[in-house]
Design a protein around this ligand. Structure first.
Ligand code: AMP
Ligand code: GLY
Length: 428
């Protein structure tokens, strides 16, 4: 194992990237840290860089000029744009899959085809490029039914329709160009039922190392009501009354099969493979794959992980990932997302945030920044819909949950909004 320091460029600006940065910074191998574009919390830990993160040429050129030894890609858009390919071609180690492998997230149709070839259980589906044919099929099958724009739509291109009217307006919305190019192909799938569970896995293209399970809360309001969001809260691990050992083993096996199917097709998947699962009565079925760490899942998975993240990421790139290099704390982690009033619809920005220091004085509490910025006068202000991920780690689930909510009350900004029921399902 080398002991030389590695300068790192991290791409992204969310709570996921803040959690990645915090873990990377703990590594004895971390040299200078740069972040593009970063946020109000990351900019004090790493030097912000003004780069077009979706431009493969620009990112690779800057990284080469600066002598960067590792580029870590947080969000999906740069992955799908081929930033990892360009960085690797420049001879620089990269965490995140190349563009061909990132199609597991970039195209739902591609992912479905890989799943079919790998024999992985997922919702039955059909894909359409013609609106009339799509609408006719939806009328024939009826509701409930799920309509998905094929490409990247920042989490918005999925309509879980409980009525035929909703389904047909979803079809119209996708084909109307509401999701841009993402909606040119539309996937229609059967509705699956059960609790959801996310399983992130690290892989170097051959070896697959599952990380801890996590459960996201996607709906905006308590009781899983309201519209889907980027995630309102999360906890880890998911207890065995929700995910049996058998179900967990099935999820791990599914991720292994996908990586090995891609490899057999000449596609090396190197990075984090995020499986979103529905735990149905027939066992876990795949809802989606993402080609990156989950947000907010990362904010509860990484704090419990015992590993040198720089070493692990370099090993993913080099094809030398060792399962023994990762172990886990027995603790529980709960993260509550503080949002701006109105999110995921219209919300205001620029509200002054106070109380983070007091919140972080609580035992086991870390506040990851998402939509925050430092204003011209030096104050920390809101700059997005999801503002902060208030995370607590403790020996019991109940303590972690209580601590996270206690911390939420100490933080203040105009329009602060959060769900009060994060993790209740984990309590039997
Ligand atoms: P996706 O981006 O594909 O994971 O979809 C976002 C959310 O929509 C998921 O987390 C589920 O809550 C819901 N969803 C997606 N596909 C289905 C399905 N086939 N059946 C039921 N709910 C679904
Ligand atoms: N937690 C959902 C996602 O990262 O896509």
């Amino acid at each position: 194992m080398s002991s030389t320091k590695v300068d790192i460029l991290l791409l992204g600006s969310g709570g996921r990237e803040h959690a990645l940065l915090a873990k990377l910074a703990e590594s004895p191998r971390a040299g200078r840290l740069f972040v593009a574009p970063g946020n109000g919390g990351m900019d004090v830990m790493a030097e912000p860089v003004d780069l077009d993160v979706e431009s493969p040429v620009e990112v690779a050129r800057w990284a080469r000029e600066m002598g960067i030894g590792l580029v870590v890609i947080g969000p999906e858009a740069p992955l799908v744009a081929g930033v990892a390919d360009a960085v690797r071609s420049a001879g620089i180690a990269c965490f995140g899959p190349n563009g061909d492998a990132a199609q597991m997230e970039g195209s739902k149709k591609f992912a479905k085809q890989v799943m079919a070839r790998a024999g992985v259980p997922t919702a039955a589906y059909r894909s359409f490029t013609d609106e009339e044919a799509c609408a006719a099929y939806v009328r024939q099958v009826g509701a409930p039914i799920v309509i998905k724009a094929d490409g990247l739509a920042a989490g918005k291109g999925v309509i879980v329709a409980s009525t035929l009217d909703e389904a047909l307006s979803g079809v119209r919305e996708c084909f109307s160009g509401a999701f841009g190019e993402a909606g040119a192909t539309v996937v229609v799938e059967e509705t699956l039922e059960g609790p959801e569970c996310s399983l992130l896995a690290l892989t170097d293209g051959t070896t697959v190392v599952p990380l801890a399970t996590a459960q996201d809360h996607k709906r905006a309001l308590d009781g899983d009501l309201g519209p889907n969001t980027g995630g309102m809260g999360v906890y880890s691990p998911v207890p065995s009354h929700l995910v049996s050992d058998e179900a967990l083993a099935a999820m791990v096996e599914i991720e292994r099969r996908v990586v090995s199917e891609l490899a057999s097709e000449g596609i090396t998947y190197s990075g984090c493979l995020y499986g979103g699962f529905m735990l149905t009565e027939e066992g876990p079925k795949v809802l989606e794959f993402n080609a990156r760490f989950g947000d907010p899942e990362t904010q509860v998975v990484l704090p419990r992980m015992k590993a040198d993240l720089v070493e692990v990421f370099l090993a993913c790139d080099a094809g030398t990932l060792d399962p023994e290099s990762i172990s886990w704390d027995d603790d529980w982690a709960v993260s509550v997302v503080l949002t701006s009033a109105g999110y995921p619809g219209h919300y205001e920005k620029g509200k002054v945030i106070t109380g983070i220091d007091r919140a972080e004085e609580l035992d086991g509490v870390t506040v990851y920044h998402a939509g925050t910025a430092v204003a011209a006068d030096g104050s920390l202000v809101t700059a997005g819909g999801r503002v902060l991920d208030v995370t607590a780690v403790a020996p019991t689930f109940e303590e972690a949950r209580a601590r996270a909510y206690q911390a939420c009350e100490l933080i203040d900004f105009d329009g602060k909004t959060y769900r009060s029921d994060i993790g209740l399902r984990a309590i039997r």
